[in-house]
Design a binder for this molecule. Structure first.
Ligand code: GTP
Length: 373
């Protein structure tokens, strides 16, 4: 749970935004009631109906783990020590009846958290289904919201697939400044730590600074970085890098690319040429095309996915800069709209600040829900 804490701390701005918003919505129109009322949720039906055991069947050795923990009362009764010491335990909780007005406020809050209109409407509709008229506390709403978000994110939370092919060629695309270089450095370091040999190609040959930065990351990760003179053909560098990676028997070749969307046609041709050239060496390459997106751009990330899917065969996403942004909700919109796998998230500038994407932790961090370890 240590990483969750880090993620939650770093997602502080976004979680506090939703967190405080949800509290405010419940308080606006809610009323206090005594704690420990009947649980808000009916017991969930079992995920798979289990046939009754046959009379002669031996008793099960291990009880199946419950899919959902049983609903907890809003606040536990104070322990004996707590009562003896007179520790203050909340006696009341604010609940508000879920109605159209509250639903509208929830929709607005989710839209403001960059979830996008369609996704926000879908999330709130699913949350509300079968619960209209029920009285809910802000913790219960956070729980419902987190469950709904995790449900949307679950199918897209996939690590980057690894293939037996050597080298596995990973083309990394994205607009300038999205965090491509940093992500390549972090990926290289993680694969090295997992015992893989990696080669990096600094394919943004038009920006000397980008090449230098990649060399710094390569040094940190202990990975060779192949470069070419400024302004030279990135496809020719990619070809050389492919040759080198094959000769070295490298497991992975990570290719950085330019991100000049200002001239989309040029970029499209450049990426197409890189792909053509590396296919001369391996017709199944590139095996992954990662689109790196900057979470702080919010809704703009959606149009970047649209554009890059047209100019490259994007196979998965990496979302950077989720630390300290108030726009983490855009990931939910991305998952809902495109369904592209989210392989990893960047939560800082250091080499180990790239984490696998965990939908439940993300949903909890985004909604400000406390995950019990
Ligand atoms: N806070 C934070 N900063 C990040 C993260 N990933 C990248 N950055 C920073 O974002 C800035 C841009 O990252 P780069 O990796 O240079 O982005 P790029 O896409 O390669 O950009 P160009 O080199 O301009 O093509 C740098 O200052 C990075 O340190 C992240 O997950 N969190």
């Amino acid at each position: 749970m240590a990483f969750f804490q880090k993620l939650k701390d770093r997602l502080f701005k976004s979680s506090s935004k939703l967190d405080e918003g949800l509290d405010a919505i419940v308080e606006d129109g809610g009323t206090e009631e005594a704690v420990a009322p009947p649980p808000a949720e009916p017991a969930p039906p079992p995920a798979d109906p289990v046939p009754p055991p046959a009379a002669h069947a031996p008793p099960p050795v291990v009880a199946p783990a419950p899919v959902t923990p049983p609903p907890q009362p809003e606040a536990a009764r104070p322990g004996l020590l707590g009562r003896l010491m007179g520790r203050a335990v909340p006696q009341t909780v604010v609940r508000r009846t879920l109605d159209d007005e509250m639903l509208e406020q929830l929709e607005e809050l989710l839209i403001a958290a960059d979830m996008g209109v369609d996704t926000a409407l879908r999330v709130t509709a699913n949350m509300a289904e079968g619960r209209m008229g029920r009285r809910l506390s802000s913790d219960e709403i956070k729980q419902l919201l987190a469950t709904e978000i995790a449900r949307i994110m679950e199918p897209v939370a996939r690590p980057m697939p690894l293939f037996p092919k050597r080298p596995q060629v990973v083309l990394v695309v994205g607009v300038n400044g999205s965090g491509k270089t940093t992500t390549i450095g972090k990926l290289a370091s993680q694969f090295r730590a997992a015992g893989k040999s990696v080669v990096i190609a600094a394919g943004d040959t038009f920006r000397a600074a980008a090449v230098e930065q990649l060399q710094v990351w390569g040094d940190r990760a202990g990975v060779p970085v192949l470069t070419a003179p400024e302004g030279s053909d990135p496809a020719s560098l990619a070809f050389d890098a492919m040759t080198r990676a094959q000769e070295d028997g490298a497991d992975l070749l990570l290719i950085d690319t330019a991100g000049r969307l200002q001239n989309r046609q040029d970029l499209m041709e450049e990426l197409a040429k890189i792909v053509r050239v590396i296919r001369k060496k391996d017709e199944t390459a590139p095996h992954n095309t990662l689109l790196v997106l900057d979470a702080t751009t919010g809704q703009n990330a959606l149009s970047q996915v649209d554009i890059f899917r047209k100019i490259a065969d994007v196979s998965g996403l990496v979302m950077t800069k989720l630390d300290g942004t108030a726009k983490g909700g855009v990931l939910v919109a991305l998952a809902d709209r495109f369904g592209l796998p989210i392989h990893a998230i960047g939560v800082g500038e250091q080499i180990d600040d790239l984490a696998p994407f965990d939908p439940e932790e993300f949903a909890a961090a985004l909604t400000g829900l406390d995950l019990k370890a």
